[in-house]
Structure formats: structure tokens, C-alpha cells
Write a protein that binds this ligand. Structure first.
Ligand code: HEM
Length: 197
């Protein structure tokens, strides 16, 4: 139960912080999320209404791709093995680190420049990207047990915020972004303006 709290708190709040940072830098994306919400300005959103917000799904995927909150996962080899291309020999007991961040920024796996924050990629040229190029919740048997809850939380909070406020860029210095490694990768400088719609 303690791990649920530790693993579930900063990871999700970090993703939400990055969401606010990115949309403050990309008014076009913010306007599109608001357009998808339509006239639904105040009322609570049902699960069906949340499910219908497909552009918001792409934005959340892009937030998780641009800076995966957890920078990677480790695995311990249960038997000797070799890396497929380089032939590097690995031994039982070795620890291998899988760097999510490097995968999401590797040009070999993305048709649209991975350095661009561009949610539309998931409905376009990068729709059928390599499944392992984007694994913010890890993979296999030990992948994140809370990922559905995290996605629901992120989507519900993002949608409710977008019903009410518009985030603006607080300026190149205070809202510079940058990375800081805590338990997760958090933005170093985030400063936005908030306008009530
Ligand atoms: C955006 C939010 C989150 C991210 C990015 C995230 C990411 C991850 C990652 C990368 C792992 C390791 C997966 C692997 O080794 O393959 C993990 C494990 C885990 N996560 Fe999350 N997580 C998030 C939210 C949550 C939430 C909300 C909970 C619980 C309420 C949670 C509970 C756990 C637990 C218990 C594990 C360990 C699972 C195991 O070892 O079998 N996480 N998470």
C-alpha cells in the first residue's frame, strides 16, 4: 500500500505539471483541447464524455513521450544472453537499464521529429510507432500496475482544467522548462499565467 502512494503520487503530479507547461507554450494545442470539449464548460464529465476526448488522449501521450516522468526501468537477467545487434555478452545477474527518455527521442523510431511537441503525430505518421519506443509505464509483467488510474486521473484533471482556465506562457526565463531529476523528471522552471475563461 505504501508503494502505491509513493509510486502513484509524484509520477502523476509530474505528468500534470508537464501538461500545464507544454500547453502554456502551445496555445494552438490548448485551443484544440477546448474545441474538443465544446460548450461543456462547467458540468462534470461522465466516463463516456471523457472517452470521447480523443485529441486529449494524444496530448497526454505526447506529454508522456516528450518527458517520460520515470526516466527508465531496470531488469535483472535470469540467464546469460547477448545483445542482438552488437553481440555484447551479458550474464545472469547483470542489471540492464532501459532508458525511456532516450527511446522517446530516438529519431530511428519516430517519423515526425521527436524533438517537436506535436500531439497530432499519434493520429498521423507516428500512429503505428514501435510499441517499445513509448513505454512511460514500463513493459512486461512488472509494468506499472497503476497506469489506468494514472491515465484516468490525468485526463479528468486536464479536461476539468481546460473547461475553466487558459494557461499562458509566463516568459522565457520563469517558464524555461529544463529537467531536474527527483524521484521523477520534473521541470526546473515552470511559471504560467492562469486566466479564468
Ligand atoms: C503518470 C503516472 C505514472 C507513471 C509514469 C508510472 C511509471 C511507472 C513505471 C515506469 C514503473 C516500472 C515499470 C517497469 O519496471 O516495467 C511503475 C511501477 C509501479 N507503479 Fe507506476 N507510474 C505512474 C502512476 C502510478 C500510480 C497512479 C500508481 C498506483 C496508484 C502506480 C503504482 C505503481 C506500482 C505499485 C509499481 C510497481 C509494480 C511492480 O513492481 O510490479 N503508478 N510505474
Amino acid at each position: 500500500m505504501l508503494l502505491f502512494l509513493v509510486a502513484g503520487y509524484e509520477s502523476t503530479s509530474t505528468a500534470l505539471t508537464w501538461f500545464i507547461h507544454h500547453i502554456s507554450k502551445h496555445p494552438r494545442v490548448q485551443a484544440k483541447i477546448k474545441a474538443e470539449l465544446g460548450d461543456n464548460k462547467n458540468s462534470r464529465l461522465s466516463i463516456e464524455q471523457l472517452d470521447s476526448l480523443v485529441y486529449l488522449d494524444s496530448v497526454i501521450d505526447e506529454v508522456l513521450r516528450f518527458v517520460p516522468p520515470t526516466n527508465g526501468a531496470a531488469r535483472t537477467l535470469t540467464s546469460d544472453d547477448q545483445l542482438p545487434e552488437s553481440g555484447v555478452q551479458l550474464y545472469r545477474g547483470d542489471q540492464v537499464f532501459i532508458p525511456f527518455y532516450n527511446l522517446t527521442r530516438d529519431k530511428r523510431y519516430w517519423k515526425i521529429d521527436p524533438e517537436l511537441f506535436y500531439p497530432e503525430r499519434f493520429d498521423g505518421e507516428d500512429k503505428s510507432h514501435d510499441a517499445y519506443a513509448l513505454i512511460p509505464f514500463g513493459g512486461g509483467h512488472r509494468q506499472c500496475i497503476g497506469q489506468d488510474l494514472a491515465r484516468l486521473e490525468l485526463k479528468a484533471i486536464a479536461a476539468r482544467l481546460m473547461q475553466r482556465v487558459t494557461f499562458g506562457d509566463g516568459g522565457s526565463e520563469v517558464n524555461a522548462g529544463g529537467h531536474k531529476q527527483q524521484f521523477t523528471i520534473v521541470p526546473k522552471h515552470i511559471g504560467v499565467t492562469i486566466k479564468y475563461d
